[in-house]
Design a protein around this ligand. Structure first.
Ligand code: SAH
Length: 488
């Protein structure tokens, strides 16, 4: 039955229905509205696009919404485009590659702004800017090859795409090197191509796969927790030619690593450093209990603004260098910096924002939980001759207290860039208590940003002056948002 003749009661589990999608939803889904009443009954369909008419099967039915699996696109939306990557429909890396980029960007802008308005924040005095993205930062307009870091997983459980199965060819399903299927820790696509990092990176992935298979090295088995090869992590900085290969293995094997180094030197001489991280734990991450530098310095260098950063295999660094500069430029502008300002850069990571604003103000104090990131920040400040930045390591909840202000002075400006979960309510309370004149909230999650700002405004009178959504990761569902506030 088509949407216009469907009633919410028709949306039973297992039922096949025809739906016309009307809105983008979160995480690669779009939604249709069934029936009358307040916006209708919402059905989410992953992979569908507003304007599509689709055939789909209901697989989840809750009180407030349903979810259906896309079976067939009957009439495609005008917003659709042919994805560049043949894995796009199955891969967890890109969720929106099948949507024209301008429509992706507009959707992300709307998501960032509507999160704020839904939290009843007053934007009447705000300069709400159109979303910035897709190479707008450097004028390139590029929406591919923007990542400076990728982590490809090895797995003994290969996931086959529909078209791989349709070829009817015999496939080796015991070895995969690629990215995960969304929501599946155990299923990895064997990627022969990926357009997020570089052509070179894809070539390297294919070369390493062929080499490892020829050597008979076993991939990690995500259920049995056995196997040697775990992750191939590549760093290709935006502004230098440094290239790092970090092979994460479950144990150290010197002869194998020597053979791997010989292979890279011969086939991929562009690699400037090889490290071998040992992770014998159950969690499939590139962090481990030991890091061996096999050749080169064990670091890559990248630049943001005039500063050079040395980045270790396990260090945090913005993954889209050029877009990070664009994001930081917005944050700096919204902060309206003055030469006498004391700036607090909270959740400062490796201090990249601190250094970016340092030459315009009197002093910057960066606060960050991860000790290593703080060490990186200090080293970068010193290496770049920046003398007016101080970095403090610890939990914001413990540190953002009168003692910090006594030691470092009252902040005129607060720049906060918390993780996806946003700020602890007590931290928001502490900020309200501090009452800095200007606040810039940089966020990778507009929902928690809106929640935190609503909480802040209950405790202290701030006017939202400007909002800038930023798309740093085209084709993914991620969106960043910068909000500038001033004490009223
Ligand atoms: N501003 C940085 C990093 C932002 S990511 C940049 O632009 O690169 C968010 C940072 O918050 C991470 O580095 C994370 O380690 C840090 N963080 C998370 N929880 C924290 C806490 N409770 N206290 C202090 N820092 C925290």
């Amino acid at each position: 039955m088509p949407t216009d003749t469907l009633a919410p009661s028709d949306l039973k589990r297992g039922r096949e229905v025809e739906l016309t999608l009307t809105d983008f939803a979160d995480r690669g889904k779009s939604l249709a509205r069934v029936g009358e009443g307040d916006g209708g009954f919402v059905v989410f369909v992953a992979g569908a696009v507003p304007g599509d008419r689709v055939r789909a099967r209901v697989f989840k039915r809750k009180k407030g919404f349903a979810e259906a699996r896309l079976l067939e696109v009957l009439e495609p939306s005008e917003l659709r485009t042919e994805p560049r990557c043949e894995y796009a429909a199955s891969c967890g890396g890109c969720k929106w590659q099948h949507v024209e980029y301008p429509a992706q960007l507009a959707m992300k802008g709307e998501q960032a702004v509507s999160a704020l308005t839904r939290a009843r924040l007053d934007l009447s005095a705000a300069d709400v800017r159109p979303p910035l993205g897709g190479g707008a930062y450097d004028g390139s307009g590029g929406v591919y090859f923007y990542r400076n870091k990728m982590e490809f997983s090895f797995s003994a459980m290969r996931w086959l795409t529909d078209w791989e199965i349709a070829t009817g060819e015999e496939m080796d399903t015991d070895f995969a090197l690629g990215l995960h299927v969304p929501g599946r820790f155990d299923k990895v696509l064997d990627l022969k191509a990926c357009y997020l990092q570089s052509e070179w990176s894809a070539r390297l992935v294919n070369g390493v796969r062929a080499f490892a298979k020829a050597q008979g090295w076993s991939p990690w088995h995500p259920r049995e927790h056995t196997g040697y090869l775990r992750i191939l992590a590549l760093r290709t900085p935006g502004h230098t030619d440094d290239r790092m290969v970090n092979l994460v293995t479950s144990f150290y094997d010197e002869p194998r690593m020597a053979a791997f180094a010989d292979f890279l030197r011969a086939e991929f001489p562009e690699v400037t450093t090889l490290v071998n991280t040992i992770n014998s734990g159950v969690a499939q991450t590139a962090f481990g209990e030991a890091v061996h530098t096999v050749f080169g310095s064990g670091l890559v260098r990248d630049k943001i603004g005039p500063h050079t950063f040395e980045i270790a295999s396990n260090a945090f660094f913005q993954t889209n260098t050029v877009a990070a500069e664009g994001l930081y430029a917005v944050a700096r502008e919204f902060a309206n910096l003055q030469p006498d300002d004391v700036v607090y850069d909270l959740y400062c990571g490796a201090g990249t924002i601190s250094l970016f604003v340092a030459d315009q103000v009197k002093r910057v104090v960066g606060v960050e939980l991860v000790e290593e990131a703080v060490e990186n920040a200090r080293a970068s400040a010193e290496a770049n001759g920046v003398a007016n930045c101080t970095f403090v390591a610890g939990d914001m909840l413990e540190l953002l207290k009168p003692e910090l202000v006594e030691e470092h002075g009252r902040p005129d400006v607060l720049i906060v860039d918390p993780p996806r979960a946003g700020m602890h309510p007590k931290v928001v309370g502490q900020i309200a208590h501090l009452r800095p004149e200007r606040i810039v909230y940089v966020s990778c999650n507009p929902q928690t940003q809106a929640r935190d700002l609503a909480m802040l405004q209950e405790a202290a009178a701030y006017t939202i002056e400007a909002v800038q959504p930023v798309d740093m990761f085209p084709h993914t569902h991620h969106v960043e948002s910068v909000v500038g506030l001033r004490l009223t």
